[in-house]
Design a protein around this ligand. Structure first.
Ligand SMILES: Nc1ncnc2c1ncn2[C@@H]1O[C@H](COP(=O)(O)OP(=O)(O)OP(=O)(O)O)[C@@H](O)[C@H]1O
Ligand SMILES: [Mg+2]
Length: 381
């Protein structure tokens, strides 16, 4: 069954049905029904995570007892660079070509066979529909072959829970700043699937603003890290941009005006040092704005822990600003390691495991949703 843009629930005894069916068929002695990879019977709490929502093909295994056992990632960035952005059809085709080998490599690194898995989690959205379908189809096939539970995961839930992969983890409830390529939001997180969005972007996401501004500065795709690198040699003072929407109450963001302000200032940046100064002024405006809104949200909610997730969370200036604020104001700060800020499968494996361990969320078909608002998620039953 192909379930496009629905993500509906499905019978929870599906895994048991598969196991029973497999057992019956194996007793019948037919090799035809044997799972692709066989192993001595052994129960694990391991969940395979698969991420193919955009331009990274990634796989990881998370185990409830042992933690993260393995993770692998292939970035398509070089392939898309010549087009200046992600080409959806090319992304989907590349996932098809790489996913199977990447999963085998990840399972080997985790020292597991596929039929030892308790669950197979995959990013079901939001993302590029063709790319999502590659991961979803693969996950569904492997779950059918092995009897593992099939676990559709919301990509942003993966980002929000990524700090749980670290030794020092937040405890529920906490405040989360999610700053990625497609999203910028502040959420109160009360548990798995319990997200209350208290601040959102009215236009561009922070990562998108980084990428567009980098493009205007002539930097290669993906622009955010390139712009941050250029800003590192910039000097403060020559350019200054306002911190959007910080002069009024509220927790929403707006970054498109900032991008336009950089475009307007661009003709004045004639030397390479000028361009570095301009990059720094932009980075300062974005990161100051994010830090101001985080502190405002902590005050308003009374929460004492701040989690920063998503690709822009890898930005060093943002990390340093929030670190200084946490020392000054006494709140606890949690970041995933930089490689788990951007897209990865470790966060998908963890989110799948978290849902499975709280009662599951298994579905019968492939869910793939290009758009999927985070606030519509619910806690596991
Ligand atoms: N050091 C950095 N400084 C600023 N921005 C960065 C840095 N590293 C990565 N980014 C930005 O992070 C974004 C990618 O993050 P991520 O992979 O979380 O987003 P995405 O998956 O594309 O979007 P979403 O998760 O919303 O669908 C890009 O916009 C990139 O430019
Ligand atoms: Mg992402």
């Amino acid at each position: 069954m192909l379930n496009l843009d629905s993500g509906d629930g499905a019978p929870k005894n599906r895994a048991r049905e598969f196991s029973q069916a497999r057992a019956v068929k194996q007793r019948g002695g037919s090799a035809e029904y044997a799972p692709v990879m066989t192993a001595p019977p052994q129960s694990t709490h391991a969940v395979l995570g698969i991420e193919t929502s955009c331009d990274e093909t990634a796989a990881a295994v998370y185990d409830g007892g042992a933690g993260l056992l393995a993770h692998r990632l292939y970035s398509q960035a070089a392939m898309h660079a010549e087009y200046g952005g992600v080409v959806p059809e090319l992304a989907a085709r590349d996932h098809v070509g790489r996913l199977s080998a990447l999963v085998s490599e990840t399972l080997a690194a985790a020292n597991l066979c596929a039929d030892q898995l308790a669950g197979i989690a995959y990013t079901a959205g939001p993302g590029l529909i063709g790319a999502l379908l590659v991961g979803g189809s693969f996950a569904a096939g492997l779950a059918a072959a092995t009897g593992a539970r099939l676990l559709p995961v919301h990509h942003l839930e993966g980002h929000l829970l990524a700090p749980m992969l670290e030794a020092r983890r937040p405890r529920f409830p906490f405040l989360a700043l999610l700053v990625s390529g497609g999203h910028t939001l502040l959420a109160r997180v009360d548990g798995v699937g319990r997200y209350q969005i208290i601040g959102d972007t009215l236009d561009d996401a922070a990562g998108e603003a980084f990428d567009k501004t980098a493009k205007a500065l002539g930097l290669p795709y993906p622009g955010g890290p390139e712009l941050a690198q250029l800003a590192a040699i910039g000097q403060t003072g020559q350019f200054r941009f306002s911190r959007p929407m910080t002069d009024r109450p509220g927790l929403d963001f707006s970054f498109s005006g900032l991008k336009t302000a950089v475009l307007t200032a661009l003709p004045r940046a004639t030397t390479s040092q000028d361009r570095a100064d301009l990059a720094l002024a932009f980075e300062e405006a974005v990161t100051d704005t994010l830090a101001i809104k985080c502190q405002r949200a902590l005050e308003q909610t009374g929460l004492q822990q701040l989690v920063v997730a998503g690709g822009v969370g890898a930005n060093r200036r943002l990390r340093a600003l929030l670190q200084a604020a946490s020392e000054q104001r006494g709140f606890e700060l949690f970041f995933p390691r930089p490689e788990f800020c951007t897209d990865n499968a470790a966060m998908i494996a963890y989110a799948g495991w978290a849902r499975l361990s709280e009662g599951g969320d298994a579905t019968a078909g492939i869910a793939a949703r290009a758009r999927w608002p985070l606030h519509t998620l619910t806690a596991p039953p």
